[in-house]
Write a protein that binds this ligand. Structure first.
Ligand code: ZN
Ligand code: ZN
Ligand code: ZN
Length: 318
């Protein structure tokens, strides 16, 4: 019960009980009022005007989302379950691979997963044995225990690509969905700066774990497929809070605008993305979000988009 409700109840009870009504009647009216108030307080914030956008396609934009109804601020447009979630690939920080909680940056201070020896929040973290989070990768990370004990080299940026790779067997349907996402491999080939950066992740995964994996455990663990997966994550990954990012089959189709017409949030625990209209826009509008920092000037925004997302923004604001 909220403090304001307590005070209201107290004054209501005191005044009416003393001068007008019997105490039972006062309690009855108070309960009705409180139930109405609670309904208002607990009502979901977005207007549940649920009308999923249409997936469209054009030679210029590729696949994009278009609204199927007039949108108003607060309208919930879509809920999208992540294909995969894991530690961020850039600026990765140590997190528990079971539950994604941040860890003590002094890694020696954290408990370790009893099987793969990566740092965790607790040896009893339920995510460590969960088939949807750490369990499948734990079996592969165990192959690198010798290197881990020798060099203590923990590359958190390699975990999300590894989780994507494991989808080949854990969920072929989700792995196929990844193939529909843009990767811009034509701009990330050998000789480019990004190729060299990603190559360190690819080498780490292959030499420590994947080359030791018995044949047929996964379908394809080649360098090419790992470069492609990292391209998909770089181009499409949405940041979920401080430590993790995720890939989504529909949310990742939103196009960029420096004047976006939606915002999104993530449901706690499940990381389901909720797409919510932020301005009025008519039926048939392109659904757009911001891939860069809204507070930057035009030049830094355009440079950032050209380097990281491989396009020149030509929106109204630019
Ligand atoms: Zn944990
Ligand atoms: Zn483990
Ligand atoms: Zn722009």
């Amino acid at each position: 019960m909220k403090m304001s409700e307590c005070w209201f109840g107290f004054f209501f009870f005191f005044f009416f009980n003393r001068y007008i009504l019997s105490s039972e009647l006062v309690v009855y009216f108070y309960m009705i009022f409180r139930r109405k108030l609670q309904f208002k307080v607990n009502s979901p914030k977005p207007n549940f005007h649920f009308s999923p956008p249409q997936i469209m396609s054009s030679p210029l934009l590729g696949r994009y989302l278009q609204s199927t109804t007039d949108l108003h601020p607060g309208d919930l447009i879509l809920r999208d379950t992540p294909l995969i979630v894991g530690p961020k690939m850039t600026m990765a920080e140590p997190i528990c691979l079971g539950c994604h909680k941040g860890l003590n940056p002094n890694l020696a201070e954290n408990p370790r997963c009893p099987r793969c020896l990566w740092p965790v929040c607790s040896t009893r973290c339920s995510g460590l044995t969960d088939a949807h989070t750490h369990a499948p990768e734990c079996a592969i990370l165990q192959l690198g225990i010798e290197a881990l004990l020798t060099f203590n080299d923990l590359k958190y940026e390699a975990i999300l690509p590894l989780r994507c790779l494991i989808l080949q067997r854990r969920s072929p349907k989700k792995y196929t969905e990844l193939k529909h996402l843009e990767s811009h491999m034509d701009k990330r080939g050998p000789g480019t700066e990004i190729y060299e950066d990603i190559n360190s992740i690819v080498k780490y995964l292959r030499s420590n774990f994947l080359e030791k994996l018995p044949a047929n455990v996964l379908d394809d663990t080649s360098s090419e497929v790992l470069h492609w997966i990292c391209g998909v994550i770089d181009v499409n990954g949405l940041d979920i809070g401080r430590y993790t990012q995720g890939l989504f089959s529909i949310m990742c189709l939103m196009e960029h605008s420096c004047l976006p017409n939606v915002k999104y949030t993530f449901e706690p625990e499940t990381n389901v993305a909720c797409l919510i209209a932020s301005v009025d826009s008519p039926k048939g509008s392109h659904i757009s979000t911001m891939y860069t920092n809204a507070l930057w000037g035009t030049q830094p925004r355009r440079e950032h988009l050209a380097i990281t997302k491989y396009f020149n923004c030509s929106c109204e604001r630019c």
